[in-house]
Design a protein around this ligand. Structure first.
Ligand code: MG
Length: 203
């Protein structure tokens, strides 16, 4: 457990923080791609941070779909596999204050993920880069999230799995942060890190 001063407002990343994007991606891809080609597809996806055109081309080659059909499947079908993480369910239930999701991505895809993960109605606001017009780590999306919650940076806490987009981005505007470990990134130096959101104890 790590003890973190209880913030007034929680800012939460979506992919690989509140939802298990890793499992959802593998389930989506496994429905299209033979098992022996899966490791290559997962590597091209790189936890969601690989270039999307390369991903669509790789899925097309491995599945026999056209590149356009692979893209459409990603944008339409992938979200159906997205589920909230049990530790995220526990954190959301236990934290009584305002909760704001701050996520990079396309409006269509991120909104569908929120619905499929059952997160709509369990948070107070959602800031999607596509809607805000700024992507993490741009300070503008963090300021938009703080404005939604009506608080200053020192009253919030950002929780996310990307060392730059989530952690450096939040710290850059004065928001304390907690890093969520995944297989894709090393722990950022000097930042509290957890594998599960339930490891956070409010001080
Ligand atoms: Mg993430």
């Amino acid at each position: 457990m790590i003890r973190i001063p209880r913030p007034r407002v929680l800012l939460l990343d979506l992919d690989n923080t509140l939802v298990d994007r890793e499992a959802a991606f593998e389930a989506w891809a496994a429905a299209l791609v033979p098992p022996d080609l899966m490791p290559g597809i997962v590597a091209v996806d790189a936890g969601g941070y690989g270039p999307k055109l390369l991903l669509y081309r790789a899925v097309a080659r491995a599945s026999g779909l056209s590149v356009a059909a692979a893209r459409e499947s990603f944008l339409t079908d992938f979200a159906r596999y997205v589920r909230s993480r049990p530790d995220a369910d526990a954190l959301l239930a236990a934290f009584g204050g305002p909760k704001v999701i701050v996520t990079n991505g396309l409006r269509r895809l991120q909104r569908a993920k929120l619905v499929c993960a059952g997160l709509v109605g369990r948070v107070d606001h959602v800031c999607i880069s596509d809607e805000v017009g700024a992507e993490k780590p741009d300070p503008a999306i963090f300021h938009a999230a703080l404005a939604c919650a009506g608080c200053g940076p020192e009253d919030a806490l950002m929780i996310g799995d990307h060392p730059v987009n989530d952690i450096a981005g939040a710290l850059g505007v004065g928001i304390p942060a907690v890093f969520v470990r995944s297989r894709w990134f090393a722990d950022p130096v000097g930042v509290p890190a957890v594998a599960l959101l339930t490891e956070i104890a409010w001080a």
